[in-house]
Design a protein around this ligand. Structure first.
Ligand code: MTE
Ligand code: HPA
Ligand code: MOS
Length: 802
């Protein structure tokens, strides 16, 4: 797909440059093990179908299978649940309800408003009410449909607007302001206000939610779970059972994708499997099918924004006020930190001198929305990009020029609304490079010329920048631990607190350890994440997996290397500081040993060959009540240029070309990072174009399978897809000066949405702002086309926003 990838494999010249740069770290002059493209550690297993996911673990004798019975109503009191037919169904062993939970019926990550099984009331269509345990997966699912539930309907709240109108929120509202926004709104040369609608998104991990629990001796429980957060699963399972944390072990070798959907919402499945295993004293597996997974679990929050902006003739923002209302769903889950991140990304890459942001997490009778790649950041930044896109047409300037006029400065105009100074700004240089390499100006002129001669098919083009803050916005999550074992044959086993979901975390951590010990990557094996190995881990989230766990593993490996260096130095009668590790060799004075021989000799001399490691991110502080501080260690930057062709009769469109330049710092593994950028780009494009969540007026999600919910496929990837990494060592002391890459590139396909909007705007000679909503489905595009045509017919120069 990406014809450019191989040009990023480092040639020997580039490798030598990296040696020169990081030589000080490694005390060796042999080639580095980081900064080079290496395949994903499990790539050969993925393609052969032999990678073990949770459902592939050989089943223990006596394993039973569970299925969830769910609510058919969005909001109701439960008068009675008739379970006789369920119990009598073939293969059924037990039916469990909330009454069977021995301790706490809650699996919420922050507040305690998330029942595992609903008891007196149900709050959304799809909410779990009971658990059927049967001899087979099929028998459990068939039986779960036979319940007779007597509902007393209560009035539901089905949209964020309705929740906001009713003042119904899952958390208190959040407010952030700087300067005098309202005074400057009054005095600005131009003022515009309107509403922006932005849809949610289903994570659509290829491997669905799953948990498999087995009781162990002396009141113990082992849970294999597809989760980004094993320690949280340990915590909720032990709470539910009224146990201590040390009684529960949670293990995850890998996920077939998480995308945020398994940060908190794996909890329901872990708890239900463990409840049944505890009750029946046998292994129990719970694997919902795709439709049930989509009906039960939360998604990316959809948002409605109301804005009021004042700007000058050049399009520079003088003041902006924005009201953000998210669809939290029926419970808080992670909606608070998601809203915080939305607020802290409204600025995107722009200096906003006077600003007011008000965030409301609307409580609705729908699935409880949760983390999804970007975690509110994409939603907040999208609103600002939409506002700037409007301003450009209002003042009649090129949208890129208006964006540039508003960028954060260097040394001035560089403090974010939340009080963090932007110290690592590279967006000017990055945009210069992309504007030139994509030939933006010439192609923009060409789209104008094409459109003048083409009445139905219209082209559009747009460049959008990204600035994304890296660190958990809850300070104490920014810690990690690792355990590194060197066996006496010189092979190495690494365990750390992060989870592998396809993003290449284990590969990067293995590369860091190989580099530290000066050994070949093949000597290193990374094992399953396991709460009995590294304790109190954070979720693998906020893109921080490598930043945190890479540093922790480096710390562990350094301690082992130091002990080995001391040992080798004693043998050779030299100073330990002169011992060199590299190329699988250790050189100390005249002594020259293979790493394996040194490990064996050190073992015989009773040197400790394993170590733990720990890391906490420096410089962070955050006052959540004031929304002020330094929530982010650093920022990652990027920009993309997209060109589309839109059929204004059918609303169909194609992405013709995308040019992407993304800042992964000094990339640890360019091949994996480019893969992350490509994947995030296409995933974000799906969010903003074809993926539409639609609930009917009874609160039932009708788009709960791939037949009705359209994610992108290979056919939607542009033929010309040029993804490059921007060479930019992190100014902060991150792991080998790399930058987190998991989430920031999800914002790059804003350029696709605004290119579509540019194409539609051509129908009004670029003078009216098309009221295009997101996702820009064909239907939404046709609505915008009609609105622009109507505005032109009415002689208007501007139409209201979406
Ligand atoms: N890439 C793959 N292949 N699968 C995933 O589930 N999740 C994304 C991103 N890239 C994801 C992915 C999300 S939401 C995050 S937060 C990061 O990976 C987490 O991993 P990292 O911190 O190790 O980058
Ligand atoms: N990202 C992902 N998960 C989180 C965050 C975040 O910023 N904060 C708390 N949980
Ligand atoms: Mo990613 S949304 O932080 O799991």
């Amino acid at each position: 797909m990406n014809k450019q990838t191989d040009t990023f494999l480092l040639d020997s010249g580039a490798a030598a440059r990296i040696v020169a740069d990081i030589g000080a770290d490694i005390a060796t002059d042999t080639p580095p093990q980081v900064g080079i493209s290496r395949p994903h550690e499990s790539a050969h297993l993925h393609v052969a179908g032999t990678a073990t996911y949770t459902d592939d673990i050989p089943e223990l004798a006596g394993t039973l299978h569970a299925a969830l019975g769910t609510s058919a109503r969005p909001h109701a009191r439960i008068r009675a649940i008739g379970l006789d037919k369920v119990r009598a169904a073939p293969g059924v062993v037990a039916v469990l309800t909330a009454d069977d939970i021995p301790a706490v019926n809650d699996c919420g990550p922050i507040l305690h408003d998330d029942p595992i099984l609903a008891r007196e009331t149900v709050q959304f269509v799809g909410q779990p009410l009971f658990l059927v345990v049967a001899s087979s997966h099929d028998a459990a699912r068939r039986a779960a449909r036979l319940a007779e539930v007597d509902y007393e309907d209560l009035p539901p709240v089905l949209t964020p607007e309705a929740a906001h109108a009713a003042g119904s929120y899952v958390l208190p509202p959040m407010h952030l302001s700087r300067g005098e926004p309202h005074r400057h709104l009054e005095t600005a040369a131009h003022r515009d206000s309107g509403q922006i609608r932005l849809g949610g998104q289903e994570q659509f991990y290829l491997e669905g939610q799953i948990a498999y629990a087995a009781p162990k001796e002396n009141d113990g429980m082992h849970v294999w779970c597809s989760t980004q957060h094993p320690s949280e699963m340990q915590h909720v399972v032990s709470h539910m059972l009224g146990w201590q944390a040390h009684q529960v072990v949670v293990e995850c070798r890998r996920m077939g994708g998480g995308f945020g959907g398994k940060e908190s919402q794996s909890a329901l499945f872990a708890c239900c499997a463990a409840l049944a295993a505890w009750k029946l004293m046998c292994p129990v597996k719970l694997r919902p099918d795709r439709d049930d997974d989509m009906m039960i679990t939360g998604k990316r929050h959809d948002f409605v924004f109301g804005y009021d902006v004042g700007h000058d003739d050049e399009g520079r923002v003088e003041a902006v006020a924005v009201e953000m209302v998210s669809r939290a769903g029926f419970s808080a889950d992670l909606s608070g930190p998601v809203m915080t991140r939305a607020i802290c990304h409204f600025d995107n890459a722009y200096w906003l001198p006077n600003v007011q942001i008000d965030g409301y997490c609307g409580k609705t009778n729908t699935q409880s929305n949760t983390a999804f790649r970007g975690f509110g950041g994409p939603q907040g930044a999208f609103a600002m990009e939409y506002i700037l896109d409007n301003i450009a047409r209002t003042v009649g300037r090129d949208a890129l020029d208006v964006r540039r006029a508003n960028l954060y400065g260097k040394g001035e105009r560089n403090v974010t609304p939340y009080g963090q100074t932007v110290e690592d700004n590279v967006i000017h240089e990055l945009l210069d490079e992309l504007e030139a390499s994509s030939a933006y100006r010439a192609r923009r002129a060409a789209t104008r010329a094409f459109n003048a001669a083409s009445p139905v098919l219209k082209k559009g083009i747009a460049i959008t920048p990204v600035k994304f803050g890296i660190s958990f916005n809850v300070a104490h999550f920014n810690q990690a631990g690792a355990l590194v074992h060197v066996y006496n044959d010189g092979s190495v086993l690494v365990n750390h607190g992060g989870t592998e979901m396809g993003q290449g975390l284990n590969t990067k951590v293995a590369m860091v350890v190989a580099h530290e010990l000066g050994i070949r990557l093949e000597r290193i094996r990374v094992t399953a994440t396991d709460t009995s190995k590294v304790a109190n881990t954070s979720a693998t989230a906020a893109s921080t997996g490598t930043d945190l766990n890479g540093k922790a593993a480096q710390d562990a490996a350094r301690q082992i290397r130091e002990r080995l260096a001391q040992f080798a130095a004693r043998q050779a009668g030299v100073d330990a500081a002169t011992v060199r590790f590299g190329d699988d060799l250790v050189v100390a004075g005249e002594l020259r040993l293979s790493f394996a021989d040194l490990a064996r000799q050190a073992y015989m001399a009773r040197v400790q060959l394993w170590s733990d490691g720990f890391y906490t991110t420096p410089k962070l502080y955050w006052d959540q009540s004031k929304l002020q501080g330094r929530p982010f260690y650093y920022f990652a930057y990027g920009a993309a240029c997209s060109e589309v062709l839109v059929d204004t009769l059918t609303g169909e469109w194609r992405l013709l070309q995308a040019d992407v330049l993304h800042d992964a710092g000094r990339s640890l593994n360019p091949a994996i990072d480019i893969g992350q950028v490509e994947g995030a780009f296409i995933q974000g494009m799906g969010w903003l174009t074809t993926e539409e969540l639609w609930w009917n007026d009874k609160g039932r999600l009708m788009t709960h399978a791939p037949s009705t919910y359209k994610i992108p496929t290979i056919n939607d990837c542009p033929e010309a897809f040029h993804v490059r990494l921007f060479d930019n060592p992190n100014v902060e002391d991150s792991i080998h000066r790399s930058k987190a890459v998991g989430e920031p590139p999800l914002l790059l396909p804003f350029s696709v949405f605004f290119a579509i909007r540019d194409a539609v705007a051509s129908l009004g000679d670029y003078r009216t702002n098309p009221p295009l909503r997101a996702p820009a489905t064909s239907e939404a595009i046709l609505d915008a086309v009609d609105a622009v045509r109507a505005a032109v017919a009415a002689g208007a120069t501007a139409v209201p926003a979406a």
